[in-house]
Write a protein of this length. Structure first.
Length: 203
C-alpha cells in the first residue's frame, strides 16, 4: 500500500521475521521518543513490496531511481525525517538482506546526500546470535553508510540473542535501547537539529 506519511523519526525494522529481537529493540528505543511527543514511523521492510537495486547506474546521470515501487514511495518520508533508527539482525557477518536492499536503493541519492541526508541524526540497533565479541559487522556496515551520507550517529546498541523474541528476557539490553531513545530525543530538541541540511562536498 502506498502512503506518504511524514514523521520526525523513521524507525526501520530490517528483520525478516515476526517477533524479531531487533524489532523489540526498535520499539524500546522508539517508545522514549513517542513519550516525548516525537512522531515516529515504524517501517517494517519485510512488509514492503520493493525490488533490489538492479545496478543500471542510471542514477549516475539523474538524481533518483527508475524503479517505481513501495520503496520509492517511502523515500520522501526518509528525506523529510530528522532522524533515522535502523534495526537489523546480523546475517552472515553483515546486515540482513532486506537492510542491504534498502541501503542499495538509496544509492540513487548519493549525489544529493548534502540535501537529503547530511545532518540527520542516526541510531543503530543490531542483534546477532554469536557472543558480542564475535559480532559487530552489521553495526560497522551501518556506521559506514551513515558516515558516508554525513549523518550524525547518536549511538548504537548491539545485542546477542538467537530465537525470536528472546531479547525480551534481557532487561538491561532493552534499557540500553530506551536510553538511546532518550539520547536521540535530547538531540532532536537541540535547536541545531532543526537546521537541515548541512552541506559538505567530500565523499
Ligand atoms: C541467514 C541468517 C544468517 C545469520 N548470520 C549470523 C551471523 O553472521 N552472526 C550472528 O551472530 N548471527 C547470525 N544469525 C543469527 C541472527 O542474527 C539472530 O538469530 C538474531 O537474533 C536475529 O534477529 P531478529 O530476531 O531481529 O531477526 C543469522 C541468522 C540467519 C537466519
Amino acid at each position: 500500500m502506498r502512503q506518504t506519511f511524514f514523521s520526525d523519526v523513521v524507525a526501520i525494522s530490517a528483520s525478516h521475521r515476526d517477533n524479531a529481537n531487533t524489532e523489540a529493540m526498535l520499539r524500546a528505543c522508539a517508545s522514549e521518543l513517542q513519550k516525548q511527543n516525537i512522531r515516529v514511523r515504524i517501517i517494517r521492510l519485510r512488509k514492503l513490496k520493493f525490488k533490489p537495486c538492479d545496478g543500471c547506474v542510471g542514477c549516475n546521470e539523474k538524481n533518483g531511481c527508475h524503479i517505481d515501487d513501495e520503496m520509492t514511495a517511502l523515500h520522501p518520508c526518509l528525506f523529510k525525517a530528522r532522524a533515522w533508527i535502523v534495526a537489523t539482525p546480523e546475517y552472515w557477518w553483515n546486515v540482513s538482506g532486506h537492510c542491504k536492499d534498502f541501503l542499495d536503493r538509496l544509492n540513487a541519492y548519493w549525489k544529493a546526500r548534502a540535501t537529503h541526508f547530511a545532518g540527520k541524526k542516526a541510531a543503530i540497533l543490531t542483534c546477532g546470535a554469536q557472543p558480542l565479541e564475535r559480532t559487530g559487522y552489521a553495526e560497522k556496515a551501518l556506521e559506514t553508510f551513515f558516515t558516508k551520507m554525513h549523518m550524525d550517529i547518536v549511538g548504537s546498541v548491539r545485542a546477542s540473542a538467537e530465537n525470536p523474541g528472546e531479547i525480551r528476557t534481557q532487561a538491561r539490553l532493552l534499557t540500553a535501547c530506551r536510553t538511546l531513545g532518550k539520547k536521540l530525543a535530547l538531540e532532536l530538541k537541540k535547536p541545531s537539529a532543526r537546521s537541515l541540511p548541512r552541506t559538505r562536498s567530500t565523499p
